[in-house]
Ligand binder design. Structure first.
Ligand code: ADP
Length: 596
C-alpha cells in the first residue's frame, strides 16, 4: 500500500467517524429537545400568563400555569380548555374558549413561547379516535330546572335545593358559570348594612327604594322595587354568611344613591360566582355546562313542564316536576335585538361595543315570548358611560367615579361637560353629545388613596401600550399627548377645584364626591360608551311568576335577573343589579321548589 493510499484511507475513516459522530450529536440533540419542561410567557387580559410545558418524546404531556392575573373563573376555564385541547391534539392550533378570548390567546402564546424556548419539535400525534368529550345529556326528570348559571340562576338553584327540591339541575350553555355577573364588580346595594352602621351612615329602605325608583324614571312597578329593596340586606347577609362571599371593608357610592350603600366582594365578580358554584356543587345541584336551553315545553293545560336542551349534536328534554326558572340574562350582546328595540340612542349597531359576555343574547326572552309571556320595557337599554376603547369593557382604573373621589371628564376642548358622578344614562348621553373623544382625569393623590397603581398595575401597563392611558407631571403634558386644548384644561381644573372647595358646582350641579385635585402627577384615560344592561325583559310579579300577555301567571315558569323587565324602569341605578338578581333569584328558586 503506497503512502498516499494509506493517507486517503485514514482521511476516509476520519470523515466517516465525523459523519457518525455528527449524526449521533444530532440524534442526541433531537432527543434532548423533544423531552423536558419548558417555560413560556404570553399576554392575557390582565397581564402576563406564565406556563410550564412538559414534553416527552415530542408529545405534550402536561401544562402548568405558573403565574397569571386573569379573572378567576374565566381564566380557569381558558387554561383548562386550552390545556386539554393542546394535549389532545398535540398542537397549539386549537380553538379559543368562547367568552375568554384574551385569556385563551395569552395561554396559547405562552405555550408556543415555551415550545420555542425548548426548540421542541412536536411529534404528529394520531388522534386517539375517542369521541369528543361532551356532556352526556339524555331525557331526564327533575324537580326544578334552572336555565342559566349566572348570578340569578345560581342563587335560584341553591334556594330550590335548600327549600326541599331533591333534584335540581342547572343548564348553562357556556363552558363556565357566571355570565355577566362574573364580569361585573358584583357590588350590591343594601340599606342599613354592616359597613354603613360601622361608619355611622344613616340610611333606610324607604330612601333606597325611592332613589332606585326615581333613578329608573319612575317607570318600574314600585312593588317590584320594594321587593328588591326590602330583601336586599337579607340577600347580602346570605351571600356573606351562608355562601361565603368575602366583602371589602369599604362602601361603594354609585351615581343615583344619596349615600354610600353598596358592598363589594374582595374578588369582585369571581368573588361572588366562585363561592356560589361551590355551594351549588356542595348541595349536589347538577350543572350541565355546554348545554343550551332551546325551548320551553308546555303541556295542554298551558303549564311549563320542562325544557328542551341541546349539547353539540344531541338534544334531550329535561322535565321539571315543580318548576322551571329562567335566568338567562339580558340581550346586550345581541346587536339585532338592540337595534330592534332601541328608541333612545342614535344607534346601537356593532359600532357600539358591549361590556357583556357574548352569551347574553336574549335567549330566555325569545323562549318565553314564544309561549306567550308578556315583555316589558324592552326599549330601555343602558349604556355604561366610560369604557376602555380597546375592549369596550369598563376600566378598573376609572374607579374614582364610583368611589366618592376626585375625577373630571373633559372633551377635546379641555372642558367639562357633565356631572361626572351623575347616573349612567345622564353621563352616557353627555358623552355621546360631544361627538368626539372624551377623557377622564384624576391625580396621584386620588390614585394613592384608592391604591390604584398597586391594584391595577397590569391594566395601566396595557392601556399605556394601547395608547388609551397616559400619566405625566403636568396638565399641559397630558393635554399634548391626546391633542387636547391645554389652556382650557388648566382653567377647567382651576374652576373644578374652586367648585369642590366651595362645595357648589354651578356648571354641572355635582353635589357628591366633592374632592379637589391640587397638583399632579396626572392620570388621563380615553373612554367610549358601551351597551351594559338591558332593563327590559319578561314580566314577573313579586313572587317571580312569569306573566302572560293576558296578565295571568304562566304556571310552572319563574324568572329572575336581567332576563326580567319589571324592576329597573328606564335606567338601572348602579349596584342595584346584583341586589335584584340575588333577591329575585332566591325568590324564584324557593317558589319553584315549593311549586308556589
Ligand atoms: P343574571 O345577572 O341575570 O344572573 P348573567 O348574565 O349573570 O345574568 O347570567 C346569565 C347566564 O345564562 C349566563 O351564564 C349565560 O351563559 C346563560 N345562558 C344564556 N342563554 C342560555 C341558554 N339558552 N341556555 C343555557 N344558558 C344560557
Amino acid at each position: 500500500m503506497g503512502k498516499n493510499m494509506f493517507k486517503r484511507i485514514i482521511l476516509l475513516c476520519l470523515l466517516i467517524s465525523m459523519i457518525f459522530s455528527l449524526a449521533a450529536c444530532r440524534e442526541k440533540e433531537e432527543t434532548k429537545y423533544s423531552s423536558g419542561k419548558y417555560e413560556g410567557v404570553g399576554n392575557g387580559l390582565h397581564g402576563e400568563i406564565k406556563v410550564e410545558v412538559e414534553v416527552k418524546d415530542g408529545i405534550i404531556t402536561n401544562i402548568n400555569v405558573l403565574e397569571q392575573g386573569e379573572n378567576a373563573v374565566l381564566g380557569k376555564s381558558a387554561f383548562e380548555g386550552i390545556s386539554a385541547a393542546v394535549i389532545k391534539k398535540n398542537s397549539t392550533d386549537v380553538d379559543i374558549v368562547t367568552g375568554a378570548t384574551y385569556s385563551s390567546k395569552g395561554m396559547i402564546e405562552a405555550i408556543n413561547n415555551a415550545l420555542k424556548t425548548g426548540k421542541v419539535n412536536l411529534a404528529s400525534k394520531e388522534l386517539t379516535g375517542e369521541a369528543e368529550q361532551k356532556v352526556e345529556i339524555k331525557d331526564a326528570e327533575y324537580d326544578v330546572v334552572v336555565i342559566g348559571a349566572g348570578g340569578a340562576g345560581l342563587c335560584a338553584a341553591i334556594e330550590a335545593k335548600t327549600n326541599g327540591a331533591e333534584n335540581v339541575v342547572l343548564v348553562e350553555k357556556m363552558p363556565y358559570a357566571g355570565g355577566n355577573t362574573l364580569l361585573s364588580y358584583a357590588e350590591l346595594a343594601c340599606a342599613g348594612n354592616w359597613l354603613q352602621k360601622e361608619k355611622g351612615i344613616e340610611d333606610s329602605n324607604e330612601k333606597f327604594a325611592q332613589e332606585m325608583w326615581e333613578g329608573g324614571g319612575k317607570l318600574a312597578r314600585k312593588e317590584m322595587v320594594d321587593t328588591v329593596v326590602n330583601n336586599a340586606l337579607d340577600g347580602a347577609l346570605w351571600l356573606r354568611d351562608t355562601i361565603g362571599v368575602k366583602y371589602q371593608d369599604y362602601l361603594v357610592h354609585e351615581g343615583g344613591h344619596s349615600v354610600p350603600r353598596a358592598v363589594e366582594p374582595v374578588e369582585l365578580g369571581p368573588g361572588m360566582v366562585a363561592p356560589l358554584v361551590a355551594k351549588a356543587e356542595e348541595l349536589n345541584v347538577q350543572i350541565f355546562y355546554n348545554t343550551k336551553a332551546e325551548e320551553l315545553v308546555v303541556n295542554d293545560a298551558g303549564r311549563v313542564v320542562g325544557v328542551k336542551v341541546s349539547s353539540g349534536e344531541k338534544t334531550a328534554v329535561f322535565t321539571a316536576n315543580n318548576g322551571v326558572v329562567l335566568a338567562t340574562g339580558g340581550f346586550g350582546a345581541n346587536v339585532e335585538m338592540r337595534e330592534k328595540y332601541n328608541i333612545r340612542w342614535e344607534t346601537l349597531d356593532e359600532s357600539v361595543q358591549t361590556t357583556n359576555s357574548p352569551a347574553i343574547v336574549g335567549d330566555g326572552i325569545v323562549m318565553a315570548e314564544k309561549i306567550g309571556a308578556q315583555l316589558e320595557g324592552m326599549e330601555h337599554i343602558q349604556l355604561y358611560p366610560f369604557n376602555n376603547p380597546m375592549t369596550g369593557v369598563f376600566y378598573g382604573i376609572e374607579a374614582p367615579s364610583w368611589s366618592g373621589e376626585g375625577i373630571i371628564y373633559v372633551n377635546e376642548d379641555g372642558k367639562r361637560f357633565v356631572n361626572e358622578v351623575a347616573m349612567r344614562d345622564v353621563r352616557a348621553e353627555a358623552i355621546l353629545a360631544q361627538k368626539g373623544p372624551v377623557y377622564a382625569i384624576y391625580n396621584q393623590e386620588v390614585a394613592d388613596r384608592l391604591q390604584l397603581e398597586e391594584k391595577f398595575a397590569n391594566e395601566y401597563a396595557q392601556c399605556l401600550e394601547g395608547g388609551v392611558f397616559y400619566k405625566a407631571d403636568t396638565l399641559e403634558e397630558i393635554a399634548k399627548y391626546f391633542n387636547i386644548n391645554a389652556e382650557n384644561l388648566v382653567k377647567t381644573m382651576d374652576d373644578y377645584n374652586k367648585y369642590m372647595t366651595d362645595g357648589v358646582d354651578p356648571e354641572f350641579g355635582r353635589t357628591t364626591s366633592m374632592v379637589p385635585m391640587n397638583g399632579g402627577p396626572w392620570f388621563i384615560l380615553k373612554g367610549v360608551v358601551s351597551v351594559h344592561h338591558t332593563m327590559g325583559g319578561v314580566m314577573i310579579d313579586t313572587d317571580a311568576h312569569v306573566i302572560n300577555t293576558d296578565g295571568k301567571i304562566i304556571e310552572g315558569l319563574y324568572a329572575a335577573g336581567e332576563v326580567t323587565g319589571s324592576v329597573h324602569g328606564n335606567n338601572r341605578v348602579g349596584t342595584c343589579a346584583i341586589t335584584d338578581i340575588t333577591v329575585f333569584g332566591r325568590i324564584a328558586g324557593t317558589n319553584a321548589a315549593l311549586g308556589k
